[in-house]
Design a binder for this molecule. Structure first.
Ligand SMILES: C[S@@+](CC[C@H](N)C(=O)[O-])C[C@H]1O[C@@H](n2cnc3c(N)ncnc32)[C@H](O)[C@@H]1O
Length: 391
């Protein structure tokens, strides 16, 4: 039994229960024993799963170009901030800062990199990784940045979600409790949380018996927080997920919750608690609608393959020349990031703008279809109920 399982079982003794979202929050973020809080390496070859960041520096190199172009479109302000949430060990920040320093010193001179990081273990790692950029990196947010970009890779899929099950003609929320042997079990209860109840009303009742899914109203809160961090600029969220119409499609009868350990995926979040990643696909309609409510424009929604291809003119030119670091290794990274069978189609970019009307679009949106944004904001999922709400 893991240390966290003992703690959770103690708190559930005597018949207590907790919503799955609270269980997931503890599993990932318990201050000492949470999967992300404990300080162990979680991404990359020696971790449990790969992310676009752990593939290598090409991902950050391409995004750095987007941040620099945003700085130019905004009129090259003296004070420009890149804000990252979910920065893990600081690798992405390091790759962005290295590119800016080496390739665009004019941009670098105006750039501050802000990391929004709630976990002390990560702050320590980030300070170490970014030591050469001390003075340009900050962990202290003082009001919204006047101009900048907000970036998050795989942040939203790590937001604790609620789980629901359609049974007996109604939606029930999944809670976690203990059985007579002291084993974690699921317990169905009528939904009470206001945001969840509103969201379920909006989802409707046309589902098969036993249909399970997840809802993460806290994603909307996370988007609103992000929108508040910038007075003007662009926000980039990269993650796996769907428009709501796909997320809650009839054939997705067991939802999208997945657990990862040692590069193996399974669907049981009640085992190896605190040592296993728990994640759910992002409902990008919820995210987009929250963004609109927070005063942002939804500029584009497209798969990672098309986003990176549109944004990568500079990187592709360097790869063409094929010298040094920009040779074979970069090409392999680019293929992993964009190939449909690897990360290219599974991951999507949601791009938002705040006070940027008339300034032009990020190059990553070159191959975006306007209808994809319309689908996110689709009337069926947008007008009947307030899609926001807090967890
Ligand atoms: C799947 S990992 C992705 C890490 C990194 N972005 C990458 O792509 O390799 C999710 C990260 O989001 C962080 N996270 C979750 N909620 C957060 C929040 N509210 N603010 C900042 N970071 C958060 C977790 O601690 C974890 O490091």
């Amino acid at each position: 039994m893991t240390a966290l399982e003992s703690i959770l079982k103690e708190s559930l003794a005597g018949g207590a229960t907790m919503p799955f979202s609270s269980f997931m929050a503890a599993a990932l973020y318990h201050p000492r024993h949470g999967y992300y809080a404990a300080g162990a390496q979680r991404t990359g070859r020696r971790g449990d799963f790969y992310t676009s960041v752990s593939v290598g520096p090409v991902f950050a190199r391409i995004l750095a170009g987007e941040f620099c172009a945003a700085w130019e479109r905004l009129g090259k302000p003296d004070d420009f901030c890149v804000i990252e949430a979910g920065a893990n060990d600081g690798q992405f920040a390091h790759d962005v800062m290295t590119w800016a320093r080496d390739r665009r010193p004019d941009f670098f001179a105006c750039l501050t990199y802000q990391i929004d990081e709630p976990l002390p273990a990560n702050v320590i790692k980030q300070r170490g990784k970014l030591a050469e950029f001390t003075g340009k990196i900050t962990h202290d947010a003082v009001g919204p940045a006047t101009a900048g970009c907000y970036f998050a890779n795989e942040l939203l899929d790590a937001v604790p979600c609620r789980r629901v099950c359609f049974t007996g003609g109604q939606w029930m929320e999944i809670h976690i409790g203990l059985d007579a042997e002291g084993t974690f079990v699921e317990i169905l209860k009528e939904p009470e949380d206001g945001a969840l109840v509103r969201r379920l009303a909006w989802l409707g009742m046309d589902f098969s018996e036993g249909y399970r899914t997840e809802m993460a109203p806290a994603v909307a809160s996370q988007i609103r927080l992000a929108a508040q961090r910038l007075a003007r600029g662009y926000l980039f969220f990269a993650d796996y997920g769907y428009a709501a119409r796909d997320d809650y499609a009839p054939h997705r009868t067991t939802g999208t919750l997945r657990c990862y350990r040692n590069h193996r995926a399974h669907e049981d979040p009640l085992v190896e608690v605190g040592e296993t990643d728990i994640t759910a696909h992002v409902d990008f309609s919820l995210a987009a609608q929250a963004a609109v409510g927070a005063g942002c424009g939804v500029l584009g929604f497209l798969d990672q393959s098309r986003f990176l291809t549109g944004a990568s003119a500079g990187v592709l030119a360097e790869m063409e020349q094929g010298n040094g670091e920009a040779g074979g290794a970069w090409r392999r990274q680019f293929q992993t990031l964009t190939h449909p069978a690897h990360l290219g189609q599974k991951f999507h970019f949601l791009v938002l703008g705040k006070e940027v009307a008339g300034l032009g679009l990020p190059a990553g949106l070159t191959f975006a279809r306007p209808s994809a944004v319309a689908e996110l904001l689709d009337a069926k999922f947008g007008e009947e109920e307030d899609p926001g709400g807090d967890d």
